[in-house]
Design a protein around this ligand. Sequence first.
Ligand code: MG
Ligand code: ZN
Length: 370
Amino acid sequence: MKKLVLLLITFNFLLTNACNPTVQKFASDAPENQQPKNIILLIGDGMGLAQVSSSFYFNEEKSNFLRFKEIGLHQNTPVGAKITDSAAGATAFAAGIKSFNGAISVDKDTQAVETIVEILSQKGLSTGVVSTSSITHATPACFYAHVQSRRMQEEIARQLMNSKVDFFAGGGKKFFADRKDGENLIEGLKQKGFEVDTTSLARKAGPISNKYAYLLGRDYMPKMENGRGDFLPKATDLALDYLKQDPKGFFLMVEGSQIDWGGHANDANYIIEEMKDFDKTIGVALDFAKKDGNTLVVVTADHETGGFALSSAKVRKRDDYRGLAPTFSTGGHTAALIPVFAYGPGAERFKGIYQNNDIFAKMLAGGTLQ
Ligand code: MG
Ligand code: ZN
């Protein structure tokens, strides 16, 4: 709590002084103190360095990762284990705390901890969440919900309906429309002021005074190999087009969920195709940030999945360095440090090696609240 109060004071200070030209000049002399107006956080679930590297060997186009100059590493150990799951991993980013595996933005005593979405929406900023899994899945859920188990997806759907999120796009219709309690939360979303689309992204989001929900899959979105098409880059573009209307700024979280699932399945092509899609989505975010000039883009992962390695091809059981034949060491997650890529005002704060929950503070303030 002390941490949060200190953070809020720092953030307030930065927000207040952003309007003061004298301090602004000081801020430009000291880039570490720069505070962006907008924040885009892109999470590649299960994306370790080998997954990132795959974009350098298998992409047809130049990788968007080449556009980052500020790069760091985070360690993602959760409470009570050596290896994190996606719930504890995203709780660290969203709420700034280390918690136990399965936790959705609650602390180790299962108490709710305020998330970046809640903090920034109280400041009057708009917020959005986009995912290729169900929108109630562990990673996106940590940004707006507080429950002790990631499995409580129907409760998470209810909390999304009542949350401060202004825009969301992903799968998970069944957690709203086909519930054990028989309630229809699609109607509930509409009553809460959301315009809901359950068919496509074709309809553009309108004025910032409205809220938008795109629920396009019964459960998760299809994988790229099964024809998801341009859902992720397009939903990101749609979200940015809507959120940029807010004069106070915005926070947007975008998740490439299925890089993780390719890792669990030990399926290299699954990972490679999901990485291409995520790379393209990073391009959308960077193009926006470059044009805008006041947007921080942070790309990272919660953890690595599969112990994925860009191993050499084999000829008669011997290594043939002329080709690649990726391999895996596990069907689960690993404890490897995870790369962080940052662009825009405040990006310098992401250099170095730190804990996953420091990313929360680095996004919001000086990054020194450890
Ligand atoms: Mg995830
Ligand atoms: Zn996983």
